[in-house]
Design a protein. Structure first.
Length: 391
């Protein structure tokens, strides 16, 4: 990939005597803890070995030049360094622009133009965080190219700010944090209320297990989904609860405490939304404890319960994800399966015994095609590291 990107950079932008460097930022999958990260709860994601690559070299034109191998028809975007403004017509380029703007607002302004080639191995719109991967990648490039210093937590916050304030997607911190702070063969148990975190060993291969991602191929973008609507429903529920209880987030409540105050929310839909946020947080805490104790059966059962809650209380699954998960539950060798990501399309994640993976992909794929009418794609993934310069 490194040599291919360097060659592509020369072909797209022409020859140069400037040094070319290559970078990588992973995608992520969340094992459990969905739609909790903006509700002050816990999440349990890990970085993946698939992600986003970039070849980068300086230019002398005081412009940022961007080209994506995933969207060759879009051609080269040329952006003056001092004019990073959101423009819907710029499509994916708004994510790099947002990160550059956030860095500039923090006193780190680009003084040199850059030529950048991007190539991602994450399925677009899959729910494996291609946008957050790109944001963290751009931040990593800026830090290395200009010699700036920033720790991984701060980088994740800067990337989140770019998506929230520049792109306009009101996402939580989980995606950017998992990518910026990824550690090989570990998942991250993150309390989104205060960003305290713990690395938890996840050497699945040693236990004869694989993570299998099933991509529904129903494309969805966060900005176009009902993501912001769900977040607003939870915020409204929290405001109602705060009239009778001193809490800062839904994540502070136990299941029992929530049921004691749920009636004050009034609206039955908002009650269900808040119930998911509360119970999913508690499931995540229990799941991590089960994993640490070696109880993979319990971990898988909690994954299954997570999907049921996302389907019934949060209503973000849909027929595509439900079909994949319900087919997975029927297969031998499956410990657990659930949707992952924002929902409304995207992917599922399943914990499958290694010897059962081939039959799992065949059976679940056949059921999906029969029910939905088109194919799902399957990826057997490994737990990877965070962003880095790789060449």
């Amino acid at each position: 990939m490194k040599d291919e990107l360097k060659t592509m950079l020369q072909e797209v932008y022409g020859p140069s005597d400037k040094e070319t460097r290559v970078y990588f930022a992973p995608g992520r999958v969340n094992l459990i803890g969905e739609h909790t990260d903006y509700n002050g709860g816990h999440v349990f994601p890990c970085a993946l070995t698939i992600g986003t690559y970039a070849a980068v070299r300086p230019n002398d034109q005081k412009v940022l030049r961007l080209y994506s191998a995933n969207y060759p028809g879009a051609g080269i975007s040329v952006l003056p360094l001092g004019a990073m403004r959101y423009d819907p017509a710029d499509g994916w380029c708004n994510y790099p622009k947002g990160v550059i703007k956030v860095f500039a607002d923090r006193g780190m302004e680009m003084t040199q133009g850059l030529d950048i080639i991007i190539e991602g191995t994450i399925p677009n719109g899959s729910g494996l965080s291609s946008s957050a991967s790109l944001e963290v990648l751009i931040g990593t490039i800026l830090l290395d190219q200009f010699g700036w210093q920033m720790d991984g937590v701060t980088l994740s916050l800067a990337a989140q700010e770019a998506e929230n304030k520049f792109v306009g997607v009101n996402c939580g911190i989980m995606d950017q944090f998992a990518i910026a702070m990824g550690l090989k063969d570990h998942a991250i148990f993150l309390d989104t209320a205060d960003l305290t975190y713990q690395y938890v060993p996840l050497a699945l291969e040693e236990q004869g297990l694989k993570l299998v991602i099933a991509c529904s191929n129903k494309k969805r973008g966060l900005a176009d989904s009902k993501y912001n609507e769900r977040r607003a429903e939870c915020e409204a529920a929290l405001e109602a609860i705060q009239t009778v209880r001193d809490v800062r987030s839904l994540g502070e409540l136990s299941n029992e405490e929530f049921e004691q105050v749920a009636s004050v929310i009034g609206d039955p839909v908002r009650i269900r939304r808040a119930r998911h946020a509360v119970t999913e947080n508690r499931r995540t805490i229990s799941a991590v404890k089960a994993l640490q104790q070696g109880d993979l059966k319990q971990f898988g059962e909690l994954m299954n319960a997570s999907h049921v809650s996302l389907r019934d209380d949060y209503e973000v699954t849909g027929i595509e994800l439900d079909t994949l998960v319900e087919a997975a539950w029927q297969q031998p060798g499956v410990l657990g399966s659930r949707m992952t990501g924002a929902g409304f399309g995207g992917c599922t994640v399943s914990l499958v015994r290694e010897e059962a993976v081939e039959a799992f992909v065949k059976a679940v794929g056949a059921k999906y095609r029969e029910t939905i009418g088109y194919a799902a794609d399957f990826y057997v993934v490994s737990v990877g590291s965070g962003p880095s310069r790789i060449g």
